[in-house]
Design a protein around this ligand. Structure first.
Ligand SMILES: [Cu+2]
Length: 339
């Protein structure tokens, strides 16, 4: 009996220790960023990246090279709506980046906004713009690493992932609101040193964001005045209106599902909910130290994330929504097809 109590105490102490940040291992800051006036020759994305809902695999290395560029491009968010997007890695949201605590990222990004938008008439091309990137997962001097680079320039800097979690990255060039509603948002996942605890059968990444659009000729352009009063025209999971209603995410009944969810905002909160089940394990901001259990919905303000686990109990179609139902009506709705 005594041994059992001691064992339980030991386990409890172990958990607490695991969940506490170990400040002796933190890496604060990094060498100064460099900016070159040369564009990267290679336009391909590089690193432990994937496009949502796919979750990338981490790489087994102390230092990982990550590269994606900024482009301006026409982006289709529904059958009838296309708009002039500013994007990381040629998508909205930008590519999902996956790291492990302790890894150092050697990052590089070219501002290619001066490239011709190949999918639009020249007369409708967007003006080249200065851009930047701000990684919420990093602990660095923002004036240095998150500085704005001009069209054609390339920024290089390194940073180390100290905390596990589901973090946002975004363009931080003023007016920040404008750069975010144009599509300059993305997710970085940092897993604990030994990976996330527990086994799951499926993993998906979901980034929720708001669009504020107004019509201009045949296409739409982002509208900062409706963004200022927080009245979106569309709210989406992974950049496209209702895409997982049209094409549900396929799983099996009874399997354990893990979602990496980020509310990129930029303005409104979300109440993530799955109709027909209970969210049985939730790590706020994706840190196992912040565990909640048995949730009906997970409330996430702008730039908040979570890891959400659950089981779909029997065969069927399970809809997931932002339970602030105005947002579901505007496109923040999808479904799982459990076979
Ligand atoms: Cu920008």
């Amino acid at each position: 009996m005594r041994n059992e109590i001691l064992g339980a105490l030991f386990l409890f102490a172990g958990c607490t220790q695991n969940n506490k940040p170990d400040n002796s291992k933190m890496v604060y800051g990094s060498p100064k960023a460099t900016v070159s006036s040369q564009a990267n020759g290679d336009t391909a994305n590089m690193g432990p990246l994937a496009f949502a809902p796919e979750v990338p695999k981490t790489q087994d290395a102390d230092t990982v090279d990550v590269k994606f560029d900024v482009t301006h491009h026409l982006f289709q968010i529904s059958k009838t709506v296309s708009y002039t997007a500013w994007m990381f890695g040629h998508s909205v949201p930008g590519p999902i980046l996956k790291l492990r605590v302790g890894q150092t990222v050697r990052f590089s990004m070219t501002n290619r906004s001066n490239d011709t938008m190949t999918n639009m008439p020249l007369s409708m091309n967007m003006m080249p713009m200065p851009h930047s990137i701000d990684f919420h997962a990093a602990m660095v001097n923002p004036a240095d690493k998150y500085r704005t680079v001009e069209p054609g320039e390339t920024i290089h800097f390194t940073w180390t992932a100290n905390y596990p979690g589901v973090f946002m990255y975004h363009c931080g060039t003023p007016m920040v609101l404008m750069h975010m509603i144009y599509g300059m948002i993305g997710m970085a996942i940092v897993e604990p040193k030994n990976g996330y605890p527990g086994k799951v059968d499926h993993e998906f990444a979901l980034v929720q964001n708001e669009y504020y659009l107004k019509k201009q000729g045949e296409i739409y352009i982002p509208d900062t005045s409706s963004a200022r009063i927080k009245q979106p025209s569309f709210v989406t999971f992974n950049g496209k209106v209702g895409q997982y209603i049209l094409k549900p995410l396929k799983v099996k009944a009874g399997e354990r599902i893990r979602l990496y969810v980020l509310n990129a905002g930029p303005n409104n909160a979300t109440n993530f909910h799955v109709i027909g089940t209970i969210l049985d394990r939730v790590w706020l901001d994706g840190n196992p130290g912040n565990e909640l259990v048995g949730m009906q919905s997970v409330y996430l303000g702008p730039a908040s994330g979570a890891i959400i686990e659950f089981v779909l109990p029997e065969k069927g179609r399970y809809t997931f929504v932002d339970h602030s139902f105005a947002d579901a009506e505007m496109g923040a709705i999808g479904s799982f097809d459990a076979q």
